[in-house]
Design a binder for this molecule. Structure first.
Ligand code: 5GP
Ligand code: ZN
Length: 137
């Protein structure tokens, strides 16, 4: 299913032109218009799912299979040194387009990007408290 006002539905389904690096029946993979680095690409499902909660398990598994295939190809063709594979889920996490997408961000030594987080220093007690909340023990 598509959403009429969703820009990524339109891009994924070819209604808006894009720099496509891969396409099949389920996905289109395009170059990001505001790339973090050279080759930054987005895996877009052709159907509309807003986020990780909505996308079916089998579909997200296919997204990851495709990520594996493309990162291999891109590592060989771009000669990048690493990858950040990122999905911003929800506004608080930086998601700006509410159509599920996976970022494939090639990394190059000294590329000047800052995609990693600032680590914090919880105590063992604090970690245990969080562990119990998550597992509902
Ligand atoms: P988010 O912040 O939702 O995880 O990522 C949205 C990404 O989509 C951003 O990296 C942004 O540069 C990219 N983007 C936004 N609009 C367009 C567009 O029209 N075409 C393409 N190719 N990328 C877009
Ligand atoms: Zn959409």
């Amino acid at each position: 299913m598509k959403e009429t006002d969703c820009i990524f539905c339109k891009i994924a389904n070819g209604e808006i032109p894009s720099k496509t690096i891969y396409e099949d029946g389920e996905f289109r993979v395009v170059l990001d218009l505001g790339p973090a680095t050279k080759g930054h690409a987005l895996i877009l499902p052709k159907d509309h799912f807003s986020d990780i909660y909505e996308i079916p398990e089998e579909k997200v598994a296919s997204v990851m299979k495709l990520a594996k295939k493309l990162t291999k190809q891109m590592t060989e063709t771009l000669r990048c040194d690493g990858f950040n594979i990122v999905q911003n889920n929800g506004e608080a996490a930086g998601q700006t387009v509410m159509h599920y997408h996976l970022h494939l961000i090639p990394r190059y030594k000294n590329d000047g990007q800052h995609i990693l987080w600032n680590p914090t220093e919880p105590t063992q007690e604090e970690l245990e408290e969080i562990r119990k909340i998550i597992t509902q023990e």
